[in-house]
Design a protein around this ligand. Structure first.
Ligand code: 0O2
Length: 202
């Protein structure tokens, strides 16, 4: 097995570990809160093509050591939830995990990216038990609402990475406006949900 094959086998095990850990944490959430906020969970190992492109954009060649040092989301999992408050509930559960080590977090809900991208992204170290030793492999968890996921998926398909932002300023501006509308809808749906809970408990 060469270095890259070995590294990708670690990524595969790390993804399995992360999926298991997240499923357990979500089960605990259901037991504690009495409802399941998760719409769906999607996981993936980043494609070699995508890794090559990302390395190239950062000025690195495609080697195992460059992947390990510079690509932080080869292992990726996305948790899509119903409401804004669910995002923060899930984030707090992830923060309390005994197994995952949080490396950094980006709250793109509080501070959306210039593109309009909204999501809560967390980079973690995932323990993988191999040959009697624990290795820590990096992974990225994205937590977002259905509305944020709708925007990010379509924008990813149509625009993200396809063009430089200054290629098509009107389209970029319109996409950013759509993201703002989507965020406002998320906020309104959260308020309506709270009103319903309040009124049904009177
Ligand atoms: P893909 O194809 O989804 O895997 P870093 O290398 O850590 O400095 P990185 O990893 O680009 O920078 O961090 P960032 O900017 O937080 O982005 C992490 C991931 O969030 C991206 O991974 C995308 O999945 C998503 N993302 C970030 N910005 C945007 C955006 O403007 N639009 C959409 N649709 N998604 C975004 P990848 O590897 O770039 O892409």
């Amino acid at each position: 097995m060469n270095d890259k094959e070995k590294l990708f086998s670690y990524y595969k095990y790390a993804l399995q570990m992360l999926e298991t850990e997240i499923n357990i944490l979500m089960d605990e959430f259901v037991l504690k809160h009495g409802y399941n906020p998760v719409e769906h969970i999607k996981s993936r190992i980043k494609s070699e093509d995508s890794i090559k492109k990302k390395l190239k954009s950062k000025g690195y060649s495609y080697t195992a050591s460059n992947i390990k040092k510079n690509i932080h989301d080869v292992v990726g999992i996305r948790i899509v939830v119903s409401f804004l408050s669910d995002v923060y509930d899930i984030v707090s559960i992830l923060r309390n995990s005994q197994d995952l080590i949080i490396v950094c977090q980006q709250d793109y809900i509080k501070e959306p990216k210039d593109t309009g991208y909204i999501s809560y992204n967390i980079n973690v170290l995932i323990p993988v038990y191999l040959d009697g030793k624990t290795k820590y492999i990096e992974g990225e968890i994205q937590v977002r609402t259905i509305a944020m996921d709708f925007w990010a998926s379509l924008e990813h398909q149509m625009h993200y990475k396809q063009f430089e932002n200054n290629d098509m300023p009107e389209i970029v501006g319109e996409l950013t406006k759509c993201a703002e509308n989507i965020y406002n809808t998320d906020v309104r749906m959260q308020e309506l949900r709270e009103d319903i809970v309040y009124l049904t408990n009177l």
